[in-house]
Design a binder for this molecule. Structure first.
Ligand code: SF4
Ligand code: SF4
Length: 261
């Protein structure tokens, strides 16, 4: 059926054949939310079904996955296919942006993939929970330190594909780190140590921008843990600020990065 004909049908009877009855309402709301996002119309401009995006896609070489498939479902407003794609395939993309650079229609394909993923998290879809579960510690370090990984996470069992190099590096990581002439990087439990003020500002941005709301939906325990840390740090920062403003702290008692308090 042509796109315009499908578009003329009411949402509730369109492309719903293969959806389980209990999933229909969520699938429709999910797709409506993606389409209503201000980025959607900017990212999706058309498609001549040339396959250039999929032909250069590294994920398509290894998985039953292809960006052209997704774009075609979007062009056809195929809510059932989009739902299936989001629940099974969308996580195969490695966000290399090759498809976006090569598309003759200038579709922002990798951005559309990110939109599906973002809304999968916001809707707390099971596939989003499943895919994020192994990254819990990464999420924790990103949200509390701004570091994606910490040096002590580089363990041979976590990176078997690194071979003997990971064994050697993990054994001597503390020695390597102490050799770095930047004091914020001489530990193994942080990639670099942000100041208290930077950490609080970073966490405030995550709260205000809705990142923490999304985390709450997919991992409530992680949300509680991070928010406890945030409240502690905020209180600590307020106390330091107050003492500083009252003249109860000297400059030499503060690290350089706190002097703009
Ligand atoms: S951004 Fe994703 S979909 Fe596009 S080429 Fe890279 S892996 Fe494939
Ligand atoms: S490269 Fe662009 S125009 Fe070609 S199939 Fe992919 S999305 Fe469509």
């Amino acid at each position: 059926m042509a796109y315009f004909e499908q578009g003329a049908l009411p949402e509730e009877v369109r492309n719903l054949d293969s959806l389980k009855p209990e999933e229909r309402e969520t699938a429709i709301k999910f797709w409506q939310a993606v389409k209503s996002d201000f980025r959607f119309n900017e990212y999706l401009r058309g498609c001549l079904n040339c396959g250039v995006c999929t032909s250069g896609c590294p994920a398509a070489k290894f998985y039953d996955y292809g960006p052209r498939e997704m774009i075609q479902y979007m062009m056809r407003d195929a809510v059932d296919k989009i739902w299936e794609f989001t629940n099974k395939k969308v996580w195969a993309c490695v966000q290399c942006f090759t498809c976006s650079m090569r598309c003759p229609f200038n579709n922002e394909i990798a951005g559309l993939i990110m939109l599906l993923r973002e809304y999968a998290v916001q809707f707390a879809l099971p596939s989003a929970k499943e895919i994020l579960a192994p990254y819990r510690r990464v999420l924790y370090t990103v949200m509390t330190l701004g570091n994606q990984v910490t040096p002590d996470m580089i363990q041979p069992e976590a990176f078997p594909d690194w071979g003997p190099q990971a064994v050697e590096e993990s054994k001597n990581m503390d020695v390597y780190r102490k050799a770095i002439p930047v004091d914020l990087m001489q530990r193994t439990d942080v990639g670099w140590q942000p100041s208290l003020q930077t950490a609080v500002e970073m966490m405030t941005i995550m709260i205000e921008s809705g990142v923490m709301d999304s985390i709450k939906k997919v991992d409530p325990d992680l949300y509680d843990m991070v928010m406890d840390i945030y409240e502690d740090r905020k209180a600590q920062l307020e106390e330091i600020k107050e003492k500083w403003q009252k003249g109860e702290l000297n400059e030499d008692e503060l690290p350089d990065s706190w002097l703009d308090l």
